[in-house]
Write a protein that binds this ligand. Structure first.
Ligand SMILES: C[S@@+](CC[C@H](N)C(=O)[O-])C[C@H]1O[C@@H](n2cnc3c(N)ncnc32)[C@H](O)[C@@H]1O
Length: 203
């Protein structure tokens, strides 16, 4: 029987994330696809609806194999750049020929771009148990210039911890972002997992 990474991913915390995704790269799309993975399309739709210029540069952070980039491209977003920890996931993304640039990054290194380099940053299926820590929210938000857009998702496993939703609302209350869209909906419908998609504007 094929190993199901989705059975383990949400318990897989902290160390070894890069290796975990390297090992998953070959079967990731088939596995999430058979579970109806719909969050990238939902995120792409809300971002595209609010982007004044869909030719502006967009960072697909934690781009994985490029499913999120494909969804962004399908909404007419063309200047796509991807970053990820996993070389194997990036190799799959590269083969799609969607991105203007793709870069492997290290989890503990400063992000390799200037503040304001991207009109929008997407973190689709990236922040939460089994992927990047919640601290990444502040790090990515800090890399947007005022007016920049931030689209992200938290799945139900993340939302079990109130700190995730509280992060977004506390930033809104503190005046560092404005929430433009917030929608709870399907994530992996075949597994009855939902996600909240947020679109925020950096203030
Ligand atoms: C569930 S996949 C989502 C991939 C893609 N965005 C999608 O929607 O299919 C999570 C991705 O985040 C990457 N990732 C996890 N932690 C990360 C971090 N701290 N920095 C960058 N990428 C990270 C993983 O390597 C993996 O490719």
């Amino acid at each position: 029987m094929t190993r199901k990474f989705l059975d383990n991913v949400y318990d897989h915390i902290g160390k070894g994330i890069e290796t975990f995704y390297d090992d998953w790269a070959d079967t990731y799309e088939a596995e999430v696809g058979e579970n109806g993975y719909v969050t990238p399309a939902r995120c792409a739709r809300v971002l595209a609806a609010h982007m004044p210029d869909k030719a502006a540069p967009v960072l697909d952070f934690g781009c994985g194999t490029g499913l999120s980039g494909s969804a962004l491209r399908a909404e007419g977003i063309t200047d796509l750049h991807g970053m990820d920890l996993s070389a194997e996931m990036l190799a799959k993304a590269r083969a799609k020929n969607l991105y203007q640039s793709l870069q492997q990054i290290a989890a503990d290194a400063p992000l390799p771009f200037e503040t304001g380099a991207y009109a929008a940053i997407a973190a689709i299926g990236v922040i939460g148990p089994g992927a990047a820590p919640l601290d990444l929210f502040d790090i990515l938000l800090a890399k947007l210039a005022p007016g920049g857009l931030f689209v992200l998702s938290f799945n139900d496993h993340a939302l079990e911890d109130p700190a995730y939703a509280a992060k977004v609302t506390s930033c809104a209350e503190a005046g560092s972002l404005r929430i433009l869209e917030q929608e709870h909906g399907p994530h992996l419908p075949a597994r009855n997992i939902n996600s909240t998609v947020y679109l925020a504007e950096k203030l």
